[in-house]
Design a protein around this ligand. Structure first.
Ligand SMILES: [Zn+2]
Length: 207
């Protein structure tokens, strides 16, 4: 079965955390979605493969399972979009130093994800891993959910930022020493915003 990676290949992981990259599968202008990368369960699997939370083989098996259970796959896709919206609201509020809206969706997903966590031995001691997920159609949401909970409970939550470009809405961790990073990507949003401001200023000067 072919996987429509196509447009997903233009998505660069910029957020430095899985949960932020998951939120960055859409571009927003205020409340309005201006570009959407996750348009189907197939796309969700392709994104999960591109971020390596699913292997190519796991992804192919899930796509086969999804064709057997299209209604269940569609439900997982709706859940993923709802989780993404909830995470964006939380991270965006954290970035803006605003009160965080409901944690209910995230907490609900945690209840579903956490039973699949297990300990395994690792070269330096022990590590968390995921119990053999089999063909659970929603397994890619477990690491995304745990990534969000980990970030929110870590000191790095104070470094969550939302891109300053008005038509982006991407989230990232500001790891700069003086905590001054404003754009998800200087090459795209930074230059675009500056060019737009320059245009507005020169237009004002002409008017
Ligand atoms: Zn941006």
């Amino acid at each position: 079965m072919g996987i429509e990676l196509g447009h997903l290949q233009t998505l660069e992981p910029l957020g430095e955390r899985l949960c932020l990259d998951f939120c960055n599968t859409v571009e927003r202008e205020g409340e309005v979605i201006v570009q959407e990368w996750l348009t189907s369960y197939t796309n969700l699997v392709a994104w999960s493969q591109s971020t390596q939370i699913l292997t190519a083989e796991q992804g192919d098996l899930l796509l086969q399972a999804a064709t057997q259970q299209p209604a269940a796959a569609a439900e997982v896709f709706r859940t993923a979009i709802a989780l993404r919206a909830a995470l964006y609201e939380i991270f965006s509020a954290v970035a803006a130093r605003q009160p965080v809206p409901s944690l209910a969706t995230l907490n609900h997903q945690l209840v579903l994800a956490l039973p699949h966590l297990q300990l395994q031995t690792a070269p330096a001691g022990f590590a968390w891993s995921w119990a053999e997920p089999g063909l659970a159609l929603d397994q890619m949401l477990w690491p995304v959910t745990c990534s969000a909970a980990e970030l929110l409970t870590s000191p790095d939550q104070s470094r969550i930022r939302e891109c300053a470009a008005p038509d982006c809405g991407w989230l990232f961790l500001d790891l700069s020493r003086n905590r001054s990073r404003r754009w998800c990507d200087m090459e795209t949003c930074g230059n675009r915003t500056k060019a737009r401001r320059h245009y507005a200023r020169s237009k004002q000067a002409q008017d």
